[in-house]
Design a protein. Structure first.
Length: 318
C-alpha cells in the first residue's frame, strides 16, 4: 500500500478502521523493505561466489609439458612459480606433441598417430586412447567439453573433436602457417602460433570459426611452441631454451620467465640431452572458463541461497 493510497483510504473513515489500515500500511511497507534487503543480500552472496570461482582458477600452480622425443613421450609437471620438477612419466613410444590435463587425467598426442592417449595424472598408468580421424595431430586444447587440435600433416587447419566418438565436429583454418604446435582455447576464442617453433614466436587470436581477431597478440622473440592459459595469464614454451615465458592474458605483455632447469636432479633417466617441450597444459578443471566450481565454492553459494530463503520465509510468517 502506497502512502497516497493510505491517505485516500483513511480520509473520513471511523477511528477504528483508520487504526486497522494504519497497521496494514506499516506491515506491508516493512515487508517491502525486507524484500529489498533480501535482494541485496542475495546479490552479495552471488558476487562473492563469482569472486571465489575466479580466484580459484587464477594461479596455474602446476604446469604440464609434453616433450619431443623418439624414445617415448615424456610427460612432466613443473611448479609454475619456481620451475622445479614435480612429476615425470613416460608415455607410449613416439615423438610427443600435444597435452591436456583435466582433473586426474592426462590426454596427449604424438606425431603420425590418430590417437589421443590417456594417462593417470597420479600414477602415470595408461588409460587407453581415443581414436580420431586425423592422421597426425600436434598441440591439444580443451574447451570444457571438446578437444581442439592443430593439424600436423602440412596444413593450417585446426579440428574440434568429440571426446566420446573421436570424430571431428568442426574444421577451421587458422591463418597460413602450417604445422602449428601452439594452440590454446580461452573464453570462447583460440590463440595459436604460426608454425612449428617459428621465430619470432607470434601468437594470434581467432574466433572459433577461424576468423582473425588480434594479430600477434603476444610475441616471445624466440622459437616457441606450446601455449597454456590459467584463467589469467598465458604460458609459452621456448623449446630450445628450456624455459617458459609468462604473458598477461589481457594485454599480451611479458611478465616473467620460468627456468625449467633450476632444481631438477641431473640423474633423471629422461629426457636425454634436455627438454624439448612441444605443448603445455594447466589443469583445465581448475580454470574459470573450462572447469566447474570446486565443492567448497558450491557449498558457499548453496548455503548463501538457502540462508536467504530461510530468512525471507521466517520474516514473512511474522
Amino acid at each position: 500500500m502506497t502512502l497516497a493510497l493510505y491517505k485516500s483510504e483513511t480520509q473520513n473513515k471511523p477511528k477504528g478502521e483508520n487504526k486497522m489500515l494504519k497497521n496494514l500500511f506499516i506491515r506491508e511497507n516493512l515487508k517491502l523493505k525486507e524484500v529489498k534487503m533480501m535482494r541485496k543480500i542475495l546479490v552479495f552472496v552471488l558476487m562473492m561466489s563469482i569472486i571465489v570461482i575466479a580466484w580459484s582458477g587464477a594461479d596455474a600452480g602446476t604446469i604440464w609439458g609434453n616433450s619431443a622425443s623418439w624414445s617415448g613421450v615424456d610427460i612432466e609437471a613443473f611448479d609454475s612459480s619456481t620451475g622445479a620438477l614435480q612429476e615425470q612419466f613416460r608415455g607410449v613410444y613416439g615423438n610427443g606433441r600435444g597435452i591436456v590435463v583435466v582433473g586426474n587425467t592426462i590426454y596427449y598426442t604424438h606425431t603420425s598417430d590418430p590417437n589421443i592417449y590417456k594417462m593417470d595424472a597420479t600414477t602415470g598408468a595408461a588409460m587407453g586412447s581415443i581414436l580420431t580421424t586425423n592422421a597426425s595431430m600436434s598441440t591439444l586444447a580443451w574447451d570444457g567439453s571438446t578437444f581442439w587440435t592443430a593439424d600436423y600433416a602440412g596444413t593450417a587447419r585446426a579440428f574440434q573433436i568429440d571426446p566420446n566418438t573421436g570424430l571431428n565436429i568442426k574444421t577451421i583454418t587458422l591463418g597460413t602457417g602450417t604445422y602449428k604446435d601452439g594452440l590454446e582455447y580461452f573464453y570462447g576464442k583460440l590463440i595459436a602460433n604460426r608454425g612449428d617453433a617459428v621465430s619470432p614466436g607470434n601468437y594470434d587470436i581467432y574466433d572459433l570459426d577461424g576468423n582473425l581477431i588480434d594479430d600477434a597478440f603476444l610475441t616471445t622473440g624466440k622459437r616457441s611452441t606450446g601455449i597454456a592459459y590459467d584463467g589469467t595469464d598465458f604460458y609459452v614454451s621456448n623449446i630450445y631454451d628450456t624455459t617458459i615465458d609468462v604473458f598477461a592474458g589481457d594485454t599480451g605483455s611479458y611478465i616473467r620467465t620460468i627456468d625449467l632447469t633450476a632444481g631438477n636432479p641431473l640423474s633423471l633417466p629422461f629426457p636425454p640431452g634436455g627438454r624439448l617441450i612441444e605443448d603445455l597444459s594447466v589443469d583445465y578443471a581448475d580454470r574459470p572458463d573450462t572447469g566447474v566450481p570446486e565443492p567448497a565454492t558450491l557449498l558457499l553459494l548453496g548455503s548463501g541461497l538457502i540462508g536467504v530463503g530461510f530468512a525471507t520465509k521466517k520474516r514473512f510468517k511474522k
